[in-house]
Design a protein around this ligand. Structure first.
Ligand code: XLS
Ligand code: NI
Ligand code: NI
Length: 437
């Protein structure tokens, strides 16, 4: 059964095309810096936003009625599987990502929930085999059900912790069954509202225990996905423990987990933390922790995770610049953790939104390649730090300097001369590159 009958396969038509159902920048076969665009970008569909969301918000009901909504329960889940593979096929997207409860309904008991999952996972496995599409990552949702009111790995209730462990165990088994390339942990309720009733140190110890158990079990069953933690500073809890890349890295280091994990970074989470996306990517990269990207954008006028499709070319360019400089995404990818706006309720909008995101990232990739090939920013940065290449600077870098030798130098070096950082000029250069590709 087709859920998107009126939508043709989306092809690359190039910059001159005025066909809204075509790519103008994303040419999967175009080779840049030794790899095809498809290999660089490794696009993924987020199941929850595309096949589960209905446009509801705290003030109003859903606005979106999809083809699969004519069914209920497991039948609806099966219909979503068909829709997912038709969607990926038509958009030429190689990967998808999901939470356990996106793909199958929760039952009244853990046994029932697992049974539902088994039915759908078998179907997904078949569909993957037939289509060649792959699972970029899966995860388990330990934040929606009311049992997680006080957290999952950081709950005050050991019975809930045990349930979370069981759910995670099943999640790892599902990931293995479907050959997931990564496994994501996003701690929706792993945080706190007030220290007045919270033992922060104990909660973090427990969270680390759960991660260690996950590593042990993945090893036991031979699930070799890359584990990823997805930082986010707030929402739903006031203070999320995995606040940002730096906080998460410190946590992993403290608990001896750093070698087992990388980070899944999300643009809107970065801005909620008061950072740019490129800051988060650079922080991960310089610590060897860049794993995968959740591509979206926030609204800087709003204080929550709006998960809009990424269309800001400055951001996609600088994102891809950081990714290329870090040596690429490896087993990670660009997952559109993004949803169409409530007013964009037609099925066609799902395609138009993904095209916008895919073209914007491809455009950013092309611009980033040009920045690298022309050494635009490299040249500027190298020149800016050139005082560390010789004389006292070279001694500092070589570890030969002491406070005494610095004093000796400073006493005879008068006056000190600084140079402009030329920020405004560089920003204009960046604009010129973006609009030249
Ligand atoms: C929520 C997160 C979530 C994760 C997966 O803000 O972005 O969607 O990506 O649990
Ligand atoms: Ni995300
Ligand atoms: Ni998010």
């Amino acid at each position: 059964m087709s859920y998107f009958k009126n939508i043709p396969a989306i092809a690359f038509e190039g910059k001159g095309s005025d066909n809204p159902l075509a790519f103008k920048h994303y040419d999967p076969n175009q080779v840049v810096l030794g790899k095809t665009m498809e290999e660089h970008l490794r696009y993924a569909v987020a199941y929850w936003h595309t096949f589960n969301a209905n446009g509801s918000d705290p003030f109003g009901a859903g606005t979106m009625v999809r083809g699969w909504d004519q069914y209920d329960g497991l039948d609806r889940s099966k219909a979503r599987v068909e829709a997912n593979f038709e969607f990926m096929e038509k958009l030429n997207i190689p990967y998808y990502c999901f939470h356990d409860i996106d793909i199958a309904p929760e039952g009244a008991t853990l046994q029932e929930t697992n049974k539902n999952l088994d039915v759908i996972v078998a179907m997904l496995k078949d569909a993957q085999k037939q289509s060649g599409k792959k699972l970029l990552w899966n995860t388990v949702n330990m934040f929606t059900n009311p049992r997680f009111v006080h957290g999952a790995g950081t709950t005050c209730n050991a019975d809930v912790y045990a349930y979370a462990g069981a759910q995670l165990k099943k999640g790892l088994e599902v990931g293995k069954e479907l050959g997931a390339e990564n496994y994501v942990f996003w701690g929706g309720r792993e945080g706190y509202e007030t220290l007045l009733n919270t033992d922060m140190g104990f909660e973090l110890d427990n969270l680390a225990r759960l991660y260690h158990m996950a590593i042990d079990y993945a090893n036991e069953i031979g699930f070799d996905a890359q584990f990823l933690i997805e930082p986010k500073p707030k929402e739903p809890t006031k203070h999320q423990y995995d606040f940002d890349a730096a906080t998460t890295i410190a946590f992993l280091q403290k608990y001896g987990l750093k070698d087992k994990f990388k980070l899944n970074l999300e643009a809107n989470h970065a801005t909620l933390a008061g950072h740019t996306f490129e800051h988060e990517i650079r922080t991960a990269a310089i610590n060897g922790m860049l794993g995968s990207l959740d591509a979206n954008q926030g609204d800087l006028l709003l204080g929550w995770d709006t998960d809009e499709f990424p269309t800001d070319l400055y951001s996609t360019t600088l994102t891809m610049y950081e990714v290329l400089k870090a040596g690429g995404l490896g087993r990670g990818g660009v997952n559109f953790d993004a949803k169409v706006r409530r007013g964009s309720f037609e099925a066609e909008d799902l395609f138009l939104a993904h095209i916008a995101g895919m073209d914007s990232f491809a455009w950013g990739l092309k611009a980033a390649v040009k920045l690298i090939e022309n050494r635009t920013l490299d040249g500027i940065v190298e020149n800016r730090y050139r005082s560390f290449k010789e004389g006292i600077g070279a001694e500092i870098v070589a570890g030969k300097a002491t406070l005494k030798s610095l004093e000796q130098y400073a006493l005879q070096n008068n006056p000190i001369v600084n140079e402009s950082g030329r920020q405004e000029r560089i920003r204009l250069m960046l604009s010129e590159v973006i609009f030249s590709v």
